[in-house]
Design a protein around this ligand. Structure first.
Ligand code: SF4
Length: 342
């Protein structure tokens, strides 16, 4: 079997602030195969965006720094060891990123055609006219009408949805093997959100690009991802295939997240719950399970010792003491804090 496209091992990222060290990512490990769609989910502040940005070394340093761990790309390059110059090449040619707000990532003084063509010229050495022709093709690929005219427009002349399409075109310009989409639809209204997700799905099928999708929206995850990582307080607390997480979850935090998703078969009167309490202070993370203060099933051991990942199946693991063979049997249910999606 070929090496995974991405292999993250014990990644730890901290921010050194005047008031102390924020341990934003605390030992994250996962693999991503070629052409796979992996979703990373969790509440804001759980470390999912910092993890994603670190994969492209985009967190500002200082104050952030990679404390430990490795990010192997394509089986041979450790991203954590590359110089900024080497990283620029990787960002342009191997990985692309789509951000939440395209307006802050696009250059307001350049036409969209010039912005798409810029990367093609820099990384592929194409002439201006060839790069512009390719920009037109890319705008077609992302579903823009009249691409020949659009290339001469400036970002402020486009709607939010169109600007996000332009961002996607820029990120695809050099045929990356990996696309990281960080909350790509949060700034858009609901109908446009659906169109952008359809577009990403479509592009993934056409180009076989692997996608890491960062989101707090489990509805989006269900439509798109093959595998899911659930993060809490800078750690992966559960990971598995889509059905493992939606139908056979073994972590109370995931149950809480699932409770906040509306069900299609509900009568419309079911109350959506949010998880009571707040995440722990990452200046001084607790010594045991970080979810213990909010978990309705917390036991004494939870407050004393952080659980390792328990293997549930070949595709599924969860870091929760309830999976220990001697632990009380608590299953996901409406009563225990999670809807059962069976
Ligand atoms: Fe709850 Fe304990 Fe599991 Fe943490 S380890 S999620 S506190 S039961």
């Amino acid at each position: 079997m070929s090496a995974p496209l991405l292999e993250v091992n014990n990644l730890q990222v901290s921010f050194k602030m005047f008031s102390g060290e924020v341990q934003a990512v605390r030992g994250v490990s996962f693999k991503l195969n070629k052409g796979e769609v992996l979703a990373i989910v969790g509440e804001s502040g759980c470390g999912k965006s910092v993890t994603a940005q670190t994969l492209m070394r985009l967190t500002p340093s200082p104050p952030s720094y990679i404390k430990a761990g490795s990010i192997m790309f394509n089986g041979k390059t450790d991203i954590t060891k590359l110089s900024e110059k080497q990283m620029k090449k990787v960002r342009g040619e191997e990985m692309g990123m789509i951000f939440q707000d395209p307006m802050t990532s696009l250059n307001p003084t350049m036409t969209v055609g010039a912005q798409i063509a810029e990367g093609i010229r820099k990384h592929e050495g194409a002439s201006k006219s060839v790069a512009l022709l390719r920009a037109v093709e890319l705008l077609k690929l992302v579903g823009m009408s009249n691409p020949e005219e659009r290339i001469n427009q400036y970002p402020h002349e486009l709607s939010g949805g169109m600007r996000q399409r332009v961002m996607i075109a820029i990120s695809l310009a050099c045929n990356p093997k990996l696309l990281i989409a960080d909350e790509p639809t949060t700034a858009l209204d609901v109908t446009i959100q659906a169109q952008i997700m359809d577009l990403l799905r479509d592009i993934q099928k056409k180009t076989d690009t692997a996608i890491i999708l960062i989101t707090h929206d489990l509805g989006v995850v269900a439509e798109m991802a093959q595998r899911v990582i659930v993060m809490y307080a800078g750690k992966v607390v559960e990971q598995g295939e889509l059905n493992d997480i939606f139908y056979r979850s073994r972590h109370p935090y995931t149950w809480g997240l699932l409770s906040s998703v509306p069900r299609l078969d509900s009568d419309g009167h079911t109350e959506l719950s949010s998880i009571p309490g707040t995440p722990p202070d990452l200046y001084a993370p607790p010594k045991g399970c970080a979810f213990a203060a909010r978990c309705p099933h917390a036991m004494r051991i939870c407050r004393e010792t952080d659980p390792d990942h328990f293997k549930i199946s070949d595709t599924h693991s969860a870091a929760c003491w309830l999976n220990h063979p001697d632990a009380p049997k608590v299953e996901q249910s409406e009563e225990t804090g999670g809807k059962v999606y069976a």
